[in-house]
Design a protein around this ligand. Structure first.
Ligand SMILES: Nc1ncnc2c1ncn2[C@@H]1O[C@H](COP(=O)(O)OP(=O)(O)OP(=O)(O)O)[C@@H](O)[C@H]1O
Ligand SMILES: [Mg+2]
Length: 232
């Protein structure tokens, strides 16, 4: 089969804002070669600056983050404050450019899968319309099972090409907490999708070596389909 001239994309979405999308996207990028990274829409500051700090990216600011707004609000509201609209055609154009330049492109979504990207579309709608293979980051805490079930149901309802879940430890956990709050077998059974990785707590998320080590430990390259895995 002739390989596609366009790089492959993976959308990193989540059950909520602050779930760990940026940390996990950076850790995965550090394990891949020929990789582009895109924060589709940034409302407020943080992610773009973090990627620039921990990854050696050869991308223009617009390729890294095509849509940026000052207010840390849901994107359509943040855009409205500035009298602007969310130009998804512009984001698509930058994504297409990145896909032409890189073998693989990691796209970080905004907020959770149900977060609005425009007045009409949620992140889930965008993933379905653009047919972006998607993974869902679920923070390990009490309630994680229900969060996973609800978000997988949303993905199914809208037609998101969902690859599976990534369980993320945003704080140091005991083996008992891990087992009781995010039991892998039960989550897979209830959602019908695989847990692709269990990402550990990272002591220093600004240290690329720590991130890379955590990514290796979690076998984060399992998030990408076979054939993508192109170790850096
Ligand atoms: N595995 C981890 N180890 C240590 N700290 C973590 C981990 N995951 C997340 N965190 C902490 O949680 C914060 C939020 O994570 P992150 O910025 O990756 O979330 P996000 O889903 O990208 O949020 P947003 O919706 O704002 O983009 C991080 O700044 C970090 O302090
Ligand atoms: Mg983020």
């Amino acid at each position: 089969m002739t390989p596609s001239p366009l790089g492959r994309c993976l959308l990193i979405s989540a059950s909520d804002t602050d779930a760990g999308k940026t940390v996990i996207t950076a850790a995965l990028a550090l394990l891949l070669s020929q990789v582009g990274v895109m924060k589709l829409i940034q409302a407020g500051t943080g992610d773009r600056e973090y990627y620039q700090q921990v990854l050696s990216l050869q991308q223009t600011p617009a390729e890294l983050n095509p849509l940026a707004f000052a207010a840390p609000l849901a994107p359509p509201l943040a855009a409205q404050r500035e009298g602007r609209r969310i130009d998804l055609a512009c984001a698509w154009q930058h994504l297409t450019q990145l896909r032409q330049r890189y073998a693989q492109v990691l796209v970080e979504g905004a907020g959770g899968l149900g977060a609005p990207v425009t007045w009409e579309w949620t992140v889930a709608d965008l993933a379905a319309q653009w047919q972006l293979p998607t993974v869902l980051v679920i923070p390990v805490r009490l309630g994680a099972i229900g969060q996973a079930v609800a978000h997988v149901a949303l993905a199914r309802q809208v037609g998101v090409p969902l690859r599976g879940l990534v369980l993320n430890e945003r704080e140091p956990l005991t083996p008992e907490q891990r087992r009781d709050w995010a039991p892998v077998g039960l989550m897979q059974q209830l959602t019908g999708v695989p847990v692709l990785a269990q990402f550990p707590y990272v002591e220093d998320i600004t240290d690329p070596a720590c991130l890379r080590q955590a990514g290796l430990q979690a076998e984060l390259t399992n998030l990408t389909p076979a054939g993508w895995q192109n170790p850096a």
